[in-house]
Design a protein around this ligand. Structure first.
Ligand code: ADP
Ligand code: MG
Length: 699
């Protein structure tokens, strides 16, 4: 078939062909991920200087950056000690004179002819009684002050750079890229949205974000790009949802739930008020046409898993199957044991399904799932592997995995009915981010711990105080409690000065903890080895467990009361909080030592201090988000999704909400994006955004 004719798109040309680039600079640009003209114009500034305010030289004081317009009066080039060259350019206006000094750039001399007009920005100081600026940013003026200014005399962009590319070079290159493409940057938002939100056109926005006319116009351009980032993401999520999940009926789980009641009665404890509330929310959802799709958040130990199991009783009681999926085999095993115990006497059949089971075992479980003789299955990703079929899955509970997209969801039940769905996480996801990632999942929060606040003291310790900590840990061990020692994961490729967990394990055995039984747990061990170690630790046969982050999620060791984290600066706060949740469960109190790395002993950063002071997981997660961005925390980067570049779904939640509403409205009136006024949207979405996002695991 003949391809429809499309004019050549200048944005997709190689950046190498932009004026001022060429093959060797292109190599440097590649390091910044810049390959095309579009990448260049999308290389947004990281900051701006306000150099729009021109001062008379006489008014310039020392200390702060100042921008001024002047005429070249005299130029001198001399060689100082050790062959260093010093170029001094005296420039002045009616109010005074300032000397501009450049070291080791003798070739600049010929630019500065007497009478040349210059606009410059720099920090003035007094040198031998005269005003001097070393290495100012400057621009020579051929004619009037005008639009062509790029380094000074205006609001000036400051770019992320790489070695070999200077700020001035980058400004010039991006300016030429903009000049080349400005006219051909197509709009991609509906005219109605532009008008109602007072956004500049896309082409204009690109110019403004690099070379703003004013702070006000910069703000409008930035808002437009932020909006764009979520707008197309939302379209994608909704598009996938319609295609993958659309129109499939949900199992009917409404009505009385006798099995659930019996389960609740059999529990050795009463639900907390927060658990009651969330379970109530879940019960009322299952009668809705859209079914149950809920994100349950709650701190470590708040009793989420119990609620997940309770919800599964609704499905099983109605003759459906239920599945719980967890991120690691250790956790699957632990849940399997615990849930089997909860369910004793309720005649519910429970199975485990994990990758490391023998082929025969797995085959048996597959078969049982297919024919419906299993009511409840607990497993890892093995649950959504090719070839798994359920007889009639009614509810899927995803525990401690906040990235679980529509496509995985679809795999969980491809037999007509679309299962109800709960995601449970101890990593608090602020509402606006949840909406971005999950779209229409409802939120529930278990904001109460069964035994009240954990009583865990957190102490930040310098590396030199290690021995004191070890002595304290020995005391605690003597009292019959247990301890975790946690080490950051070490990439094999990475030459690191950190103590590996294995090294510590060997040293502890020979030395500091020689009198206690010690275990080692890390990611490269087989499942059998790991599960044996966890078992021994739980039984108290191991007193000290040296581990990497494999212990992170959900592992429950009630008797552990010390956590020693090595190089805590290597961990995210939410992650540390999860880990801290491993000790002092059952309200018994505990202590968490953060032993700073050798090289970082003076930086008990604000982050870690906040961590030591607060036990509020939500606060910590928000702080993490603010500092590290959602890309790091929710693994968007690994998921193939370009991280949000400008928008921060937490602080820009208003934009997220607006985009959600606009995309709803758009798809409601024109689901296929066929109307002519929506053509700009569908062109960009279909030809450009969607193909690029094809691999992203999101929504
Ligand atoms: P989470 O999944 O939120 O970390 P779990 O569901 O694993 O929490 O519960 C942590 C521990 O507290 C488990 O041992 C569980 O049996 C217990 N538990 C849960 N809810 C309650 C409650 N309401 N009262 C007492 N203990 C509870
Ligand atoms: Mg749990």
């Amino acid at each position: 078939m003949q391809q429809p004719f499309r004019p050549k798109d200048p944005l997709r040309e190689g950046s190498q062909f932009v004026k001022g680039v060429g093959p060797s600079r292109q190599k440097l640009l590649s390091r910044l991920g810049i390959e095309t003209v579009e990448d260049l114009v999308s290389h947004f500034p990281r900051a701006y200087y306000d150099r729009s305010n021109l001062l008379p030289i006489g008014d310039i004081g020392p200390g702060a950056d100042a921008t001024f317009l002047a005429t070249t009066l005299a130029v001198s080039l001399r060689t100082a000690r050790r062959g260093q060259s010093i170029l001094t350019v005296a420039v002045g206006d009616e109010t005074g004179i300032v000397h501009l000094t450049f070291f080791n750039q003798p070739y600049l001399e010929k630019q500065f002819k007497q009478g040349t007009r210059i606009i410059a920005t720099g920090r003035m100081r007094y040198y031998k009684g005269q005003k001097q600026i070393v290495a100012p940013d400057y621009e020579l003026l051929s004619g009037e002050l005008d639009e062509s200014l790029i380094h000074t005399g205006r609001i000036v962009p400051v770019y992320p750079l790489t070695a070999g590319i200077s700020q001035r070079m980058m400004r010039r290159i991006i300016k030429s890229a903009l000049e080349k493409t400005m006219e051909s940057i197509a709009e991609n938002l509906p005219a109605r949205v532009l008008a109602s939100k007072d956004f500049p056109s896309r082409g204009r926005a690109f110019v403004e974000i690099h070379y703003p006319e004013s702070w006000e116009s910069l703000k409008r351009a930035v808002r437009r790009f932020k909006f764009e980032e979520v707008f197309f993401l939302h379209l994608l999520i909704k598009d996938r949802r319609i295609r993958v999940l659309g129109g499939r009926p949900r199992p009917d789980l409404s009505g009385p739930h006798p099995l659930l009641e019996r389960f609740l009665e059999s529990l050795p404890f009463e639900l907390t008020a927060a658990q009651e509330r969330v379970l109530g929310e879940i019960r009322s959802d299952v009668g809705r046409e859209n079914g149950l799709g809920r994100l349950v958040q709650g701190d470590v130990g708040s009793g989420k898993t119990v609620i997940g199991v309770a919800a599964m009783m609704m499905a099983i009681g109605k003759g459906f199957q239920a599945a719980m999926m967890v991120p690691t085999e250790i956790l699957a095993q632990q849940h399997f044991e615990k849930i089997s115990r909860y369910l004793e006497g309720l005649s519910v059949s429970v199975e485990l399904l994990i990758g490391s089971m023998s082929g025969r075992e797995k085959g048996r479980v597959h078969e049982a799932l297919r024919e419906g003789s299993v009511d409840l299955v607990i497993g890892t990703h093995a649950l959504i592997q090719e070839g798994i079929a359920f007889h009639q899955l009614g509810l899927a509970v995803i525990d401690e995995q906040h990235r679980f997209g529509v496509r995985q969801r679809a795999k969980l039940g491809d037999s007509g009915l679309l299962p109800h769905f709960i995601v449970m996480t101890a990593t608090p996801i602020p509402r606006s981010l949840a909406q971005t990632v999950y779209g229409d999942l409802d939120l529930s929060i278990i904001d109460e711990l069964p035994f009240g606040r954990r009583n865990v003291r957190t102490e930040i310790v310098e590396a030199e105080e290690r021995d004191r900590v070890y002595a304290e840990v020995r005391d605690i061990l003597h009292a019959g409690r247990q301890a975790f020692f946690l080490y950051p994961l070490i990439e094999e490729s990475e030459k690191s000065d950190l103590l590996a967990a294995t090294e510590a394990f060997e040293r502890f055995q020979a030395d500091e903890f020689g009198r206690f039984p010690i275990g080692l747990l890390h990611g490269r061990m087989s499942f059998e080895e790991k599960s044996k170690v966890v078992q021994m630790f739980r039984n108290g046969e191991i007193g000290v467990l040296v581990t990497t982050t494999v212990i992170e999620v959900g592992v429950d060791i009630p008797n552990a009361s010390v956590l020693v984290v090595n190089n805590p600066e290597r961990f995210g706060l939410a992650q540390l909080h999860q880990l801290r949740g491993r000790v002092g469960r059952r309200g018994s109190g505990g202590v968490c030592y953060l032993i700073l790395g050798e090289s970082s002993h003076h930086v008990a950063s604000a982050r870690l201090r906040l961590f030591a002071e607060t036990d509020d997981g939500f606060r910590l997660a928000e702080e993490d988000l603010r500092l590290r961005g959602p890309g790091e925390i929710w693994g968007f980067r690994q998921s193939g999704m370009p991280a949000f570049r400008l928008i921060n779904p937490v602080s820009d939640s208003d934009i997220v909400q607006q985009s959600w509403r606009e995309t709803d409205r758009l798809l409601k009136t024109d689901p296929g994006l066929n109307y002519s006024e929506n053509k700009v949207v569908s062109d960009y979405f279909r030809m450009y955004y969607k193909p690029r996002m094809a691999v992203a695991d999101i929504g």
